[in-house]
Design a protein around this ligand. Structure first.
Ligand code: ZN
Length: 124
């Protein structure tokens, strides 16, 4: 179920946004959104590359708060940078939702997470 939510938000939701908000060029915009998935290449820098229940937000370099701040600022840039920024902000939101779903199943993962202060601030 978590995987379904994750990939729907990464792949299907951007189609809907492109279709409803960029109707005339939705295919181009969707391609830009898909291109923002390349941000996950930063996972290759981690050891191990894949670890169950590891939250990418706050861990991988392009998923840290300073990087996310850059994506938010870039929303104000000209096209196509603002569209790429929108895709990146969506991506971070999707990964964040994924982290919250993981932590519901693994309390210890939350204890060890750099995201713990943000989660406590949000949910307490
Ligand atoms: Zn990611």
């Amino acid at each position: 179920m978590q995987g379904l939510i994750h990939y729907s938000l990464h792949l299907v939701f951007p189609v809907l946004v492109a279709w409803f908000f960029y109707r005339k060029e939705w295919k181009f915009v969707y391609l830009l959104f898909l291109a923002t998935m390349l941000v996950d290449l930063d996972h290759l820098l981690a050891t191990p590359v894949f670890q169950a229940n590891r939250c990418s937000i706050g861990f991988h370099p392009l998923h840290t708060w300073p990087a996310i701040a850059v994506y938010v600022v870039a929303l104000a840039f000209k096209r196509p940078y603002n569209i790429l920024a929108l895709g990146l902000v969506f991506h971070m939101a999707t990964d964040f939702i994924d982290c919250t779903l993981s932590y519901r199943q693994c309390a210890q993962c939350l204890n060890d997470s750099p995201l713990r202060p943000a989660m406590e601030w949000l949910f307490n």
